[in-house]
Write a protein that binds this ligand. Sequence first.
Ligand SMILES: Nc1ncnc2c1ncn2[C@@H]1O[C@H](COP(=O)(O)OP(=O)(O)OP(=O)(O)O)[C@@H](O)[C@H]1O
Length: 254
Amino acid sequence: MGEALVFQQVSFAYDSNVHQAVLQDVSFSVKKGEFVSVVGPSGAGKSTLFRLVSGLEKQNSGRILVNGKELADRQGHVGYMSQKDGLLPWLSVVDNAALPLILKGFSKKEVWPEVIKKLEAFGLKDVEHRYPDELSGGMRQRVSFLRALLGGSDLLLLDEPFSALDAVTKTVMHEWLLDQWAESGRTILFITHDVEEALFLSDRVLLFSEKPVSHLEEILVPLDRPRMVEDLKDPAFTELKEKLLLDLRKLVTL
Ligand SMILES: Nc1ncnc2c1ncn2[C@@H]1O[C@H](COP(=O)(O)OP(=O)(O)OP(=O)(O)O)[C@@H](O)[C@H]1O
């Protein structure tokens, strides 16, 4: 199957704080097609991990391999979607979604029909020519996810994409995301503070369990796929959730 992402003994400290490493000899890997969540207390280094994967920061030592290659420039190899959907307010929905293709040099005329078809499949029919501030939060996140998909990267980094959504929309988005993930065959690395979300979505959860992080604790999620909201009542699921919440609580210092 192969590895989408490999960290080999990666250490990293911000220049402004060289004496306090964020990561210390961290090793882990994510298989192609896997859905892995990253959970940990605030300030533990989750976003830093994403910044390293996407190449926005450079590790001080160790190796980071994306699809088996150590790349100097990972732009275009890693897709990114954040809590703030990052849509450009002056572009229409279709122009926002099509942006990665336009940046690659395609013309609007070439890509619009396909992008509009995809927007329809994402439940965004008839809003193609609206602007982001005219959409609901869930709609905006779907446009943002489509833009990440159209970037073409096999590895998608999702940084708390649903944390600003209400509970019901969030649940709907979870099932929707799992459908899109299954259909696209992409690899997803997902940051969240929400333990239930992490367990519901993922094959594995990686827990930042110390500072600086030198070991990511790994939790395998024993649920079959496809998953549905009813699975949240499964005793194996609730037991795991309680355990993970307790583990996290121990790590939080005020
Ligand atoms: N640009 C930066 N320069 C210096 N230090 C930084 C920078 N960004 C983050 N840090 C520090 O690195 C550590 C890890 O931060 P990071 O944002 O990765 O944590 P996080 O787990 O994503 O937190 P949260 O869950 O609150 O988003 C923190 O101590 C933070 O203060």
